[in-house]
Design a protein around this ligand. Structure first.
Ligand SMILES: Nc1ncnc2c1ncn2[C@@H]1O[C@H](COP(=O)(O)OP(=O)(O)OP(=O)(O)O)[C@@H](O)[C@H]1O
Ligand SMILES: [Mg+2]
Length: 301
């Protein structure tokens, strides 16, 4: 809580070594999809200091429109358990712990656990309280070992949530997501400016839905459905921010999200849909993005 007469002190999250945020000023650009797949792609990597597999968790800070319960196939999975001390225990699926407002809101249908249609109608202070609870009241100790990295999925925009996060928590890195359109880029610039104001270090940019590789076509020429990518690279260079990678638009990515299964974990032989070269490019670029984020997080240790 703010202290009288002094600046707000930023805290670490208990049992979490590094915090990396996935954000964008713009809605619907793929933040949640990338946050989820980044978390799993990191979990497939090793801690560069200990050589043990990275222990990763994911925290959904989108209070009004949480996506992680769906993306983790944990929708209507019931309420999370509490520790004896009253801390909230994360929910786990596919071997990865996660927490979301979506697990904490009640159903409006009598006798049902389905809270999909329950709206959150809160003003600023309530939002701040919910963010504080999600940041500090979750027990990430995971078999007593804790997490190497907590990936935070942010809501769109520059409102209460990024402000509260930046003021209360020491953040170690931030991945900014954009699509090639100018409308997205303009919001992205505002988002970056805001995050810098609250001292969140920007790790780099990801260009999502950069192009489409038609699976059934004889040529593998990328189709720039949302326009050329030049403006994105111009913005990155003007902001002196590295580009971590590009991800193509792939049908299986969105289908996989709806099925609650991270695309990076899919075995390409078992998928019901042939995404052609887009599949290979998406996975390898996501793995590269995770490698860059991992290196950046531990660089100044
Ligand atoms: N590279 C991609 N290829 C195909 N579909 C994608 C890709 N990236 C995102 N999508 C789809 O686009 C939609 C929006 O993605 P997502 O929910 O991750 O965006 P968001 O930025 O988190 O949105 P919000 O601002 O509402 O939180 C989803 O249906 C998702 O499956
Ligand atoms: Mg989202």
């Amino acid at each position: 809580m703010p202290r009288k007469g002094g600046p707000i002190e930023r805290r670490s999250i208990a049992n979490v070594e590094k915090v990396v945020v996935v954000a964008s000023g713009k809605g619907g650009v793929g933040k949640s999809t990338i946050a989820l797949n980044l978390a799993f792609a990191l979990a497939l990597r090793k801690n560069e200091r200990t050589n043990a597999p990275l222990r990763v968790g994911i925290l959904d800070l989108d209070i009004f429109g949480p996506s992680i319960p769906t993306l983790m196939s944990l929708k209507n999975a019931g309420e999370p358990a509490l520790t004896n001390g009253g801390a909230i225990l994360p929910m786990t699926n596919h071997g990865l712990p996660c927490m979301s407002m979506g697990f904490l809101i009640p159903s409006t249908i009598p006798g049902s656990e389905d809270n999909t249609d329950t709206p959150i109608v809160w003003r600023g202070l309530m939002v701040q309280k919910a963010v504080q609870q999600l940041l500090f009241d979750v027990d990430w100790s995971k078999d007593g070992q804790g997490l190497d990295v907590l990936v935070i999925d942010m809501p769109p925009g520059t409102g209460d949530v990024p402000l509260t996060l930046g003021q209360l928590v020491k953040v170690d890195g931030c991945v900014i997501v954009s699509t090639p359109q100018d409308v997205a880029l303009s919001d992205v610039r505002k988002g970056i400016a805001m995050l810098k104001k609250v001292s969140v270090p920007i790790t780099g940019l990801v260009l999502n839905q950069a192009y489409y590789l038609c699976p059934g076509c004889s040529t593998n020429t990328p189709r720039y459905l949302f326009g050329e990518t030049k403006n994105f690279y111009d913005v990155a260079s003007k902001l002196h921010t590295p580009v971590l990678g590009e991800l193509p638009l792939v049908e299986g990515v969105s289908r996989s999200s709806d099925q609650g299964y991270p695309y990076v974990l899919r075995d390409s032989k078992s998928v019901d849909l042939d995404d052609g070269n887009g599949d290979v490019v998406w996975r390898s670029n996501m793995a590269q993005i995770a490698a860059s984020v991992n290196s950046a997080l531990w660089k100044n240790v």
